[in-house]
Ligand binder design. Structure first.
Ligand SMILES: [Zn+2]
Length: 336
């Protein structure tokens, strides 16, 4: 079992980091995205050795960064792609790593592995450990409110994922059941329920609490080598949505939509899921997410075939028969 990654929380903790990093390890190499870098650049504190705006997580692109970037401490600033690209370069080159997540939406800054894409799919490799993760409340509040609140997605997903895990094990499909991970999953969702109003307000406590949950989930992913306690039919709904409709929306919002929809189909406390969504103030109605009912219906109709073809973990999605009764349940689940 690994350790939780080191974190520094606070307002403005990402300001002047360039100067600090230079004093410790030399001129930093910044791997970032346009908005957060524009925010931090004016008082970065030094001239970086290089600045890269990450374009993709394709293997070829990432390896290009590894071979072309100058040697220097790596500073990742941004969302999941920036975190993962920074981890990849750090791990391949043996350079020190500092991370500055700009949204409380992913656990990429708290996991060892990188989700690298190539022609055969997504592969998890690397073993990255940052010297420090800086969670700057002010930087995170610069993001649109709905994106910050959507950060609950990959925590909220524990609600449906844990249920699917138990469902699969009961049918002899998954030998990896772990009482502790499953009970942690319940506890994480209960904590999210308590924290949700603070997240809605985007308070320091709300952001810190949410990042602590992502930090714990990141450690659990590394410890167990899988994410069944956090990834189930709600994620498969999201992947199928992307496949069927050929587009996506913010991962955390799509995952949250998946929790609301699939908890209703599971018969797994959909009222509780609804309360969490309400308390956190996340967008969940199709029209506010810019998606249509035909897109949702097509996703659910395709879901059983999709999960079977993709070989995804066994879940309620495998046994879903999407008819009029199910369509009505789903409409009811999103009507608030
Ligand atoms: Zn996710």
């Amino acid at each position: 079992m690994g350790d939780l990654f080191p974190v520094t929380f606070g307002r403005g903790v990402a300001r002047g980091l360039g100067g600090e990093l230079r004093a410790r390890h030399g001129p930093p190499v910044v791997i970032s995205q346009p908005e957060p870098w524009a925010s931090l650049e004016p008082d970065f504190g030094t001239e970086p050795a290089a600045v890269v705006m990450v374009k993709s997580l394709e293997r070829q692109y990432l390896d290009g960064l590894v071979t072309t970037l100058p040697a220097g401490p790596i500073l990742g600033i941004g969302g999941g792609s920036a975190m993962d690209a920074a981890k990849w370069v750090h791990w391949n080159r043996g350079l020190p790593l500092w991370q500055v997540p700009s949204l409380p939406s992913v656990n990429a800054c708290f996991t060892h592995m990188v989700a690298v894409r190539d022609e055969t799919g997504v592969h998890y490799s690397a073993d990255a450990i940052p010297e420090m993760v800086f969670v700057d409340f002010d930087l995170m509040r610069e993001a649109p409110a709905h994106l910050l609140r959507g950060g609950i997605g990959d925590v909220f997903t524990c609600h449906t994922a844990r249920w699917d895990w138990e469902y699969a094990v009961a049918r002899g499909h998954d030998p990896a059941w772990d009482d502790f991970a499953a009970s942690e999953s319940l506890r994480i969702v209960a904590h999210l329920y308590d924290l949700a109003p603070e997240i809605r307000e985007r308070s320091d406590d709300g952001i810190e609490g949410l990042m602590e949950l992502h930090r714990l989930i990141g450690k659990m992913c590394d410890d167990y080598g899988h994410a069944r306690f956090e990834e189930g039919s709600e994620h498969f709904f999201a992947y199928a949505f992307e496949f069927v409709n050929g587009r996506t929306i913010m991962h955390g919002e799509l995952g949250s939509l998946g929790v609301l929809v699939m908890s209703a189909l599971q018969g797994n406390r959909p009222d509780y899921a609804r309360q969490i969504a309400q308390r956190a103030g996340i967008r969940h109605r199709p029209e506010e997410l810019g998606i249509s009912w035909p897109e949702i219906d097509a996703t659910l109709a395709a879901l059983p075939g999709f999960v079977a073809r993709e070989g995804l973990w066994y879940s309620i999605a495998n046994d879903l028969e999407y008819g009029a009764r199910e369509a009505a349940l789903v409409r009811q689940a999103l009507d608030f």
